[in-house]
Design a protein around this ligand. Structure first.
Ligand code: COA
Length: 209
């Protein structure tokens, strides 16, 4: 992951949040220009019912309010853009916020349905986790996934999260609380996973069996 400084002249809050770049993605502070794409992709019941805070239907005004709130929010929200030959294409949102009374920040994400199944969520989540553990004071990151959301659970597992309990989460679009599995990733586990590559068995050894 590369961290790119944001240009001079952006508001103070934005200038504290870098642009993150991975092999396929650019992650940056959401901007007002993203609102049409946010509203288009977020207006999907399949997404709203798996996330805590997305309303359904999701209107452009919801997108505008969200982008405005990001500048003042605790934690950080990144718009995730896929690199293309031309302008990067908006794919979804990924961020981390600390809920009142919680012991650590929680990772959250959603991606437009056309982008599912390509490893985008995992790549974005890993970039944010790397950023949080290397550039902020986070010692633990929390995650949660509805029990009926194996895709999200798998993203957390691929990022090294471990199951740590079950509970309920309020889903705005449902107007109800639903069962969730809770996960956590400690900085020491993350550091160990990051270091594993340097001492791993050569790839041809485990492919031979
Ligand atoms: C969940 C979500 C983020 C996944 O995004 P994605 O870009 O498709 O995720 P990735 O491709 O990085 O990884 C998905 C993994 O889940 C697996 N998966 C997907 N659906 C699955 C299912 N029904 N059962 C089991 N595994 C499933 C995929 O095979 C993949 O694992 P693999 O790489 O080992 O094959 C995306 O579908 C989404 O935005 N959903 C709506 C919002 C949401 O659920 N947000 C999370 C709230 S906790």
């Amino acid at each position: 992951m590369t961290i790119v400084e944001t240009p001079i002249g952006v508001p103070l809050r934005e200038s504290c949040i870098p642009v993150l770049e991975t092999a396929r993605l650019v992650l940056r502070v959401p901007q007002i220009e993203d609102v049409p794409a946010i509203a288009e992709h977020a207006n999907n019941r399949k997404i709203a019912e798996m996330t805590a805070n997305l309303p359904h239907p999701y209107r452009a005004s919801d997108g505008s309010s969200f982008v405005a709130q990001c500048a003042a929010a605790e934690g950080f929200h990144f718009a995730v853009l896929i690199k293309t030959e031309g302008e990067p294409e908006f794919a979804g949102m990924c961020g981390m916020t600390r809920k009142p009374g919680e012991r650590a920040p929680e990772l959250g994400y959603w991606f437009g349905e056309p982008f599912w199944g390509r490893g985008i969520a995992t790549e974005a989540a890993r970039a944010i986790i790397d950023y949080a553990f290397s550039e902020t004071e986070a010692e633990t990151i929390l995650g949660a996934a509805r029990v009926v959301n194996p895709g999200s659970r798998r993203v957390l597992e691929k990022c090294g999260f471990q199951w740590c309990g079950a509970g309920l989460c309020r889903v705005k679009a449902l107007g109800a609380s639903v069962p969730v599995d809770r996960f956590q990733l400690d900085k020491s586990t993350w550091a160990s996973l990051r270091a594993w590559g340097s001492t791993a068995l050569p790839r041809q050894l485990f492919l031979a069996h």
